[in-house]
Design a protein around this ligand. Structure first.
Ligand code: ADP
Ligand code: MG
Length: 418
């Protein structure tokens, strides 16, 4: 195993260059991609196609488009009210703020001019919400929606539940605000209806959801039909999460979904090509986008010691050992068993470009992975990238002698740790 002496050397190397400035945001803000999330306007289109009631809306990326969209939306409507909504992949937009000082990512506007002006303030801005971290997310698209006059707001979600080992529908007659707050203030207000995948959604399940949402009579029947369409869509599109907060009731008792968040199972990308093509990488952590493109398993963390390891188990153990010696890992990176020289170089580029990184620790146990391939990748990286931090390498196993010979030949390595 990796010796304590080597681990302390890494921690010290990192500490020497450490300027004490923590990275803004952090792992929670890093937008780790385990399930694809789509923008509200994209999710809404999928819901509309599935027969779910959603407001009329148009997504725009420029002020000119916004002007046309407002004209289209209000031309055959009795009202000139338009809701202007920033399209960033984060919840809590209504209460968010743009870094340019403009407040709120969701505005109800009472004239065409004010809707266009609001869209112009959002486009090109960066919205910070309680879910984005301090860095915020870029707002490149704005959705203009018909304003729905609503009687009340509800909460509706479908997700997978470990306990019942299947989908569970979560419904509450109280909605609009954060579900965590509702759960804390009044847990009984939230009803969970598990669905047996083998049986499907039974009429009585859909009715139970409608009643939990506060409907009765004909309105309950219409609501149960909307619940069924949402559930069918959830399954057909390989969704892992569908959250509608708020779902609203109109003065005539109809259900409309006012907000839409859907996440999709990455494992189903092969059969949901049309959905996965809509991925917006501008909303994701750039280091993770680059790692994904290079086929690397990478997750950004808050620390300053970057690690490049083969195998998830050894990667976890390496992060543990860094922590044990008082350091903080900057990432999880498993290059896998079949990494190529190009992938190793790509990994180094990502680690080297991370401003928070003060040292790179390579910990490879060559089994299927050949140490000489890793060594060549490191040498390529050292020759082509402007490596600004010390690299501490531990290679063991398959082709280690060849690897050491390669590194020795370059003459750039000063110390060999074992
Ligand atoms: P977020 O959850 O990101 O803050 P929402 O889409 O839930 O954004 O919008 C915030 C609030 O704005 C909603 O709770 C709802 O009250 C109101 N709202 C959103 N869309 C509409 C709409 N089309 N018509 C009327 N009110 C809306
Ligand atoms: Mg919402």
């Amino acid at each position: 195993m990796f010796s304590p002496r080597a681990a302390s050397a890494v921690v010290r190397a990192a500490a020497r260059g450490w300027r004490g400035a923590p990275r803004p945001g952090g792992a929670a803000a890093a937008g780790q991609r385990r399930a694809l999330s789509l923008h509200e306007y994209q999710s809404q289109a999928i819901m509309r196609e599935a027969g779910v009631a959603v407001p009329r809306s148009i997504a725009v990326t420029s002020v000119e488009e916004a002007r046309e969209a407002v004209a289209t939306l209000t031309s055959d409507s009795a009202s000139s009210d338009v809701v202007v909504k920033a399209q960033v992949l984060a919840g809590g937009r209504g209460l968010g703020s743009f870094t340019n000082g403009f407040k709120g990512g969701v505005h109800t506007c009472y004239s065409a001019d004010s809707a266009v002006e609001t869209a112009s303030k959002m486009l090109g801005g960066t919205l910070v919400t309680k879910q984005t971290g301090a860095r915020g997310r870029p707002c490149n698209t704005v959705m203009l929606a018909e304003r729905v006059y609503l009687r009340r707001e509800m909460y509706f979600a479908i997700l997978y539940d470990r306990e019942s080992q299947g989908p569970v529908i979560v419904a509450s007659a109280v909605g609009g605000t954060s579900i965590e707050d509702i759960a804390a203030a009044d847990p009984d207000a939230i009803v969970k209806v598990p669905v047996d995948l083998a049986v499907g959604l039974r009429d009585k399940d859909a009715s139970r959801v409608a009643s939990a949402l506060g409907f009765d009579g004909d309105s309950a029947t219409a609501c149960a039909e909307q619940v069924r369409r949402l559930y069918d869509m959830f399954l057909a599109k390989d969704a892992t999460l569908l959250e509608v907060n708020p779902m609203a009731e109109t003065p005539t008792g109809e259900v409309v979904c006012l907000d839409a968040k859907i996440s999709f199972d990455d494992n189903a990308s092969f059969r949901q090509a049309a959905i996965f093509e809509q991925r917006d990488t501008s909303q994701e952590e750039p280091r993770e986008v680059a790692a994904d493109a290079a086929g690397l398993n990478y997750i950004g963390l808050d620390g300053n010691i970057a690690c490049m390891v083969n195998g998830a188990g050894l990667a976890m153990a390496t992060m543990d050992i860094i922590k044990l010696h008082g350091g903080e890992p900057a990432n999880f990176l498993d290059v896998g068993g079949g990494a190529t020289e190009e992938q190793v170089t790509a990994a180094f580029r990502i680690l080297n470009e991370d401003a928070a990184v003060r040292a790179i620790l390579v910990n490879i146990f060559g089994g299927i992975m050949r140490c000489d391939v890793i060594a060549q990748g490191i040498i390529n990286a050292a020759q082509t990238l402007d490596l600004r931090v010390p690299v501490i390498v531990r290679l063991q196993g398959n082709k280690v002698e060849e690897a050491k010979a390669l590194i020795a030949k370059t003459g750039t390595c000063t110390t060999a740790l074992d």
